[in-house]
Design a protein around this ligand. Structure first.
Ligand SMILES: [Zn+2]
Length: 291
């Protein structure tokens, strides 16, 4: 990417007037989202932390792994990982979720709940993790919902998780379920799609009554014409965040280049577009003041 396009991209990604203010410190009354690695993000609001697809460290894919150091900090509860209350995983692929590391984490840190894919589609390691979760009496929910189905979990007055069932994108992965997570925090709606396939009927009814403040999609979803149609006709978000990006040093397939030209092509005035691709990059989203 040349300097000119970097500058253009920076203007585009961090444009003024957005409720997202990249890099700002989180206030109590704002939602802060911090990139851990790939589709792994930490969502914080009012002292509660939700880690989505944020514990994985396997090779064999062109995306970035959660660093050893970050997983250590998580286990120690240090730094940005002081409050991880809920762990959520869209599906069991090595760039999203490594069950063994989750087992190690919950041995040493208490969590309030875990959202997992369905055991029947999962690995022996997922079954072992489920045993651990049960032994430790941690509340858990296994999903792998039917495409288009939803399940709502009211975790607190101002915190609702709604899982939306989809299939994983790509013809080779159609048997894999991918649960999207709609997080409703203080009335704001944030949708994390993981590797959901770009199929309208998975989302249409589930989101019919939902005004989305931010939607997180991967670069392939954003690139695909069907994905664009879903973004513009069903999601219609105020903010569109492209995540599931490799860090610069790992970007062997040049996702950054693709995304930059896709934003040029598809970006539209009514939607603020952001790209999460730098370690610990954060977005803050303001909410009504706490009472
Ligand atoms: Zn993935």
């Amino acid at each position: 990417m040349n300097i000119k396009s970097e500058a253009w991209a920076a203007r585009r990604f961090y444009g003024k007037g957005s409720p997202f203010l990249g890099g700002h410190e989180s206030k109590n009354d704002s939602i802060k989202i911090t990139l851990v690695a790939n589709a792994g993000v930490l969502v914080e609001y009012n002292g509660v932390g939700l880690l989505v697809d944020g514990i994985h460290h396997e090779e064999g894919h062109p995306f970035s792994r959660v660093s050893e150091n970050d997983m250590k900090l998580m286990r120690q509860g240090y730094d940005i990982f002081a409050n991880i209350d809920y762990l959520l995983f869209t599906h069991e692929h090595p760039d999203h979720f490594t069950p063994q590391y989750v087992s190690e984490h919950i041995q040493v840190r208490s969590v309030k709940g875990v959202f997992l894919p369905n055991k029947s589609d999962g690995s022996p390691d997922l079954a072992l993790l489920l045993n651990h979760v049960q032994k430790l009496a941690i509340p858990f929910w296994t999903l792998g919902l039917e495409p288009g189905d939803t399940k709502r979990f009211a975790l607190a007055d101002d915190l609702i998780v709604t899982a939306i069932g989809t299939r994983h994108m790509g013809p080779q992965y159609q048997t894999i379920r991918n649960d999207c997570f709609l997080l409703t925090l203080a009335g704001k709606n944030l949708l994390f799609t993981g590797d959901a396939d770009y199929v309208s009927r998975y989302f249409k009814n589930a989101l019919a009554e939902v005004a989305l403040d931010a939607v997180f999609v991967n670069p392939v979803f954003y690139h695909n014409p069907n994905g664009q149609e879903i973004i513009n006709e069903i999601f219609r978000p105020r903010n569109l965040v492209i995540y599931h990006m490799p860090f610069e040093q790992d970007d062997t397939l040049q996702f950054s280049y693709m995304v930059t030209s896709d934003i040029q092509r598809h970006g539209r005035p009514g939607i603020q577009t952001h790209v999460l691709r730098r370690e610990k990059q954060s977005l803050c989203f303001s909410t009504p003041p706490l009472k």
